[in-house]
Design a protein around this ligand. Structure first.
Ligand code: AMP
Length: 189
């Protein structure tokens, strides 16, 4: 069985980009929470309809809905492992993921924090808004909320993984390739 890895950081810190690179090179299954949630909303499902207001406002989807979103995730964790980005985002979710891993006789191997400044996050979001046209990148209040959510949740979440010696912090402003090299070093890849 492979590793379970999570990438974390401010919005636009590069977590999805890096998770995609890792999954392409090493065959790990990628689980991008933001993309999953946007797909669920786009599908028009009943769950998607309940999720939508939170994503639109840039606030966290509550745990009871998140539990439904990740209900079958363990079926997706294959031999080469799974790389999450954007999950967990708070300690209660870290506990959810610990339980999923434990039930599979696995553990969360690494929680990688891609550290960028809030100023850099805002700069990248406004750049991305022109390209990807994500509603929550274009809405100034949603952007503000997303940065604020990070401010509120990150200290306890980082502490959770630091206490378990599973936290690695990487400078997220090293450029795509530079960050990728650091991630591979941390994972001994
Ligand atoms: P992202 O694409 O990672 O920037 O996530 C976009 C939005 O999806 C966030 O602003 C939240 O509304 C929602 N979201 C993403 N990940 C989570 C999570 N782990 N828990 C709750 N809500 C989330």
């Amino acid at each position: 069985m492979g590793k379970i890895i999570s990438l974390y950081g401010l919005p636009a810190c590069g977590k999805t980009t890096q998770a995609t690179k890792l999954s392409e090179e090493f065959g790990m299954v990628q689980f991008s929470m933001g993309s999953r949630l946007r797909k669920e909303i786009a599908s028009g499902s009943e769950l998607g309809q309940r999720i939508e207001p939170y994503v639109k406002q840039g606030i966290l989807v509550p745990d009871e809905l998140m539990a439904e979103v990740i209900e079958h995730v363990s079926d997706e964790i294959k031999d080469k492992g799974m790389i999450f980005d954007g999950f967990p985002r708070m300690t209660s979710q870290a506990e959810m993921l610990d339980k999923i891993a434990k039930d599979l006789n696995l553990k969360v191997d690494a929680f990688i924090y891609l550290n960028i400044t809030p100023e850099e996050a805002l700069r990248r979001i406004s750049e991305r808004a022109e390209i990807e046209h994500r509603e929550d990148d274009k809405d100034q209040l949603a952007v503000k909320n997303r940065v604020e959510v990070f401010r509120q949740e990150s200290t306890a979440l980082l502490e959770h993984y630091r206490n378990q010696n599973r936290l690695t912090e990487i400078d997220g402003e090293l450029g795509k390739d530079g960050v990728y090299e650091e991630i591979k070093k941390c994972l001994n890849l």
